[in-house]
Write a protein that binds this ligand. Structure first.
Ligand SMILES: NC(=O)c1ccc[n+]([C@@H]2O[C@H](COP(=O)([O-])OP(=O)(O)OC[C@H]3O[C@@H](n4cnc5c(N)ncnc54)[C@H](OP(=O)(O)O)[C@@H]3O)[C@@H](O)[C@H]2O)c1
Length: 289
């Protein structure tokens, strides 16, 4: 299946997720790739690497619509891998891009999702702004694809596996499951989604692995050749909400929330041409931490 899309803009391409996505598009070679960077211009190794592989780097002021509209002229698809560490506001950070995209005639917008599958109304405040943005995107009339990937392999620490200190914290029952995917594969899924008719105005759910927390611990113990310290802490969210000592950090509350919602409702892996790498492959690389 071919695609009519020719020019793809990746916003946030210097980041954890944006870089492997941009790299996958450049490796694919079918598209003209532009990466948007926030002004003022600054030196960035990832941007330099992507430029050396053929990406055009364009600096924009995300608060200046004219600037954005100019940068997006001729763009068919926007992939947003934006994230603001300071505000965590995925709505505010992506809205100017959406408004400019609409004005520039962009055909498809892939927003900064790339996580778990959460239920609106029952989600954590940290994902509320993603839901709010989705509503705005669907109203815009542009095509969209939501890509859910579970936890990134490279971010396995977020769900309680601390390889440096050989400690596993179980925020949920250790037999419950979690979906995880490597960043490189997320890049490939994003590229292929453009050629997949089912991805138009739809949600794509993919994962490299489905494991229980217990199985993940076993893999880490095998690879590191040692028994890990295990902390069972299923009360994090309750203590955080009710301010019960020891009061967990907001980050621990987010981690526990992600573990509670670790699985995707179904997987679309079979719609794609490749087999993703399993979590075990990533765990093998951390043995020398
Ligand atoms: N499932 C998981 O395990 C997991 C883990 C981590 C992240 N995620 C998700 O992946 C997505 C991307 O996260 P990330 O960790 O890759 O992001 P990140 O590395 O923190 O940031 C991405 C890029 O956003 C740009 N940026 C930062 N602040 C900005 C601002 N105020 N205005 C405009 N641009 C700004 C920066 O690029 P420039 O400075 O070059 O413009 C930055 O490199 C998010 O949706 C996040 O929730 C999922």
């Amino acid at each position: 299946m071919t695609t009519t899309f020719k020019t793809v803009v990746i916003a946030g391409a210097t980041g954890n997720l944006g870089y492997p996505i941009a790299e996958a598009f450049l490796n694919d070679g079918s598209y003209k790739i532009k990466i948007l960077r926030q002004k003022p211009e600054s030196k960035n190794e990832n941007a330099e690497l992507l430029a050396s592989k053929g990406a055009e780097v364009v600096y924009v002021d995300y608060n200046q619509k004219d600037d954005l509209v100019k940068a997006l002229k001729g763009t068919d698809v926007i992939v947003s891998a934006l994230s603001s560490k300071t505000t965590g506001d995925f709505y505010g950070i992506q809205l100017p891009l959406l408004e400019a995209a609409k004005e520039s005639g962009v055909k498809r917008f892939i927003p900064s999702e790339f996580g778990g599958e959460f239920t609106p109304g029952k989600a954590h405040p940290f994902v509320d702004s993603k839901f709010k943005f989705r509503e705005e995107l669907e109203k815009s009339g542009m095509e969209y694809t939501y890509i859910f990937t579970g936890v990134f392999h490279e971010f396995i620490e977020v769900i309680g596996f601390d390889a440096k200190n050989k400690t596993a914290t179980f925020y949920v029952d250790s037999s419950s499951k979690v979906h995880t995917t490597s960043l490189a594969d997320i890049g490939k899924y994003t590229v292929e989604s453009l050629k997949l008719p089912e991805a138009r105005n739809a949600t794509i759910r993919v994962a490299g692995s489905t494991d229980s927390f217990k199985e993940i611990l076993q893999k880490f113990e095998e690879v590191t050749g040692s028994k890990w310290k295990v902390i069972e802490d299923r009360e994090v969210r309750h203590r955080f909400r009710n301010k019960i000592e020891p009061i967990p950090s907001a980050m621990d509350d987010v981690k526990a929330f992600i573990c509670e919602n670790g699985t995707l409702s179904k997987l679309d892996n079979d719609k794609f041409s490749f087999t993703p790498s399993p979590l075990a492959e990533y765990i093998n690389t951390v043995k020398n931490v």
